[in-house]
Design a protein around this ligand. Structure first.
Ligand code: AMP
Length: 382
């Protein structure tokens, strides 16, 4: 393979892990991010510029063979500007759909993928009327630019309608708003999947996810789902990828309630709930994303055992507790500590579910994270 240069819009930890996965393939990388301290810059050259800066984008396009993303909120017109100069995967149209909760939910509906009730909201009166229709609790979300539970307001009582409007009403103009029915889910799962340029589709086993305050805290693969639900979840991801003519890795987040699977959202990029694939599967999401965008054969997505991932938010804990476990792996993104910031993760893997539960138990006790590991241990021991 002649040496190729991959351009990545966004230079955070996802870009950083792509660079780590691409090095053995002989790939070079160029990153583009408005933040000079983007943590991917420790591993690859970074162009610091606004995503709207067309002169900087044109210079970037001239240095790379293909462009992809570590960040889905790159303005769609910037992605299209690049696509006029160099191949961009996933396609800017797919990015545009996934950037807007209303357009992605409308697409899910067209594909026959079940989802909670939703409505476009343009005024306080419309909000009040839809809350009455959906019932409480329900959730107001910004249509665009929301992530990790940001730009959301839960309405639990009639008094919350005014509070929600006071907090998010301004966003009608800036990003749009939607209201969503609340799902009292049994569990949350995600499908991380990849589609190649030739249309080949592969998915990793469905992952179970636990969120705290809207932010991913821990993942366990495979998720505890019946084979039928597992297949249904992957079928939804395949239908979506085919409709969007998607190229690369994406994640589809779903709520599981009894025998129902309700879709929440898609992320048009490698995803936090797929970080376990680095050590837990034959081919990681990062490597397969690169293979897909470069038109190379996709790698096998089979698991190498039970795997779980613990996110580190705010500051890194001591590594020794994880590194001392068989199948324990450590990822420090090289970021400055800051409250709530994703600064790293750990993956633990074991062929035996009970042994993995024991390892998690030990890690939770040593790092004072018993609440974070408890649901995973319960799932592994059930
Ligand atoms: P999101 O940014 O849409 O992925 O939301 C972040 C998290 O908030 C989800 O992973 C859920 O834990 C929770 N959440 C979001 N929307 C809903 C909903 N409609 N019903 C129940 N929980 C939700």
């Amino acid at each position: 393979m002649t040496m190729k240069t991959v351009g990545i819009l966004g230079g955070g930890q996802l870009a950083r892990m792509m660079v780590l996965a691409g090095a053995p393939l002989g790939l070079r990388f160029e990153l583009f991010d408005p933040a000079a301290d983007a943590c991917g810059a420790q591993l690859a050259p970074l162009q610091v510029a606004a995503f709207e800066d067309e002169a900087a984008l044109a210079a970037f396009a001239a240095r790379v063979d293909v462009v992809t993303f570590d960040f889905e909120n790159v303005p769609a017109h910037s992605a299209r500007f690049l696509a006029a100069r160099v191949p961009v995967h996933p396609h800017p149209d797919a990015l545009a759909v996934a950037q807007d909760r209303l357009s992605e939910k409308t697409l899910f509906q067209q594909l026959g993928i079940p989802l909670p009730p939703f409505a476009d909201i343009r005024s306080r009166d419309e909000l009040a009327a839809r809350v009455a229709e959906f019932g409480m609790p329900c959730i107001v979300k910004t249509r665009r630019l929301g992530y990790d539970g940001k730009g959301q307001f839960r309405i639990r009582s009639a008094a919350d309608i005014d509070a929600a409007w006071a907090t998010l009403g301004d966003y009608v103009e800036k990003t749009g708003l939607i209201l969503e029915g609340f799902v009292a889910f049994d569990r949350e799962v995600s499908v991380v999947a990849v589609r190649g340029r030739d249309g080949e589709f592969r998915a990793w086993p469905v992952t179970g996810n636990w969120h705290v305050d809207g932010v991913l805290s821990a993942s366990l693969a495979p998720a505890q789902l019946s084979p039928a639900l597992h297949e249904r979840a992957i079928g939804h991801a395949r239908a979506l990828a085919e409709r969007l003519d998607y190229v690369g890795v994406f994640a589809l987040e779903l709520f599981c309630r009894g025998d129902e699977l309700l879709v929440n959202e898609m992320a048009p990029r490698v995803h936090n709930s797929g970080h376990w694939t680095i050590e837990g599967s034959e081919t990681s999401q990062f490597e397969n994303h690169l293979r897909a965008v470069l038109g190379l054969p996709l790698g096998d997505t089979r698991m190498l055992g039970h795997a779980c991932m613990l996110n580190w938010l705010g500051a890194m804990p001591e590594a020794a507790a994880v590194l001392g476990q068989p199948g324990g792996h450590w990822h420090d993104y090289g970021k400055q500590p800051r409250a709530g910031r994703k600064v790293g993760h750990a993956t633990l893997r074991d062929a035996d579910a009970q042994a993995l539960a024991d390892a998690l138990d030990a890690v939770g006790a040593q790092l004072d994270r018993t609440a974070q590991v408890a649901p995973l241990i319960a799932a592994l021991r059930s």
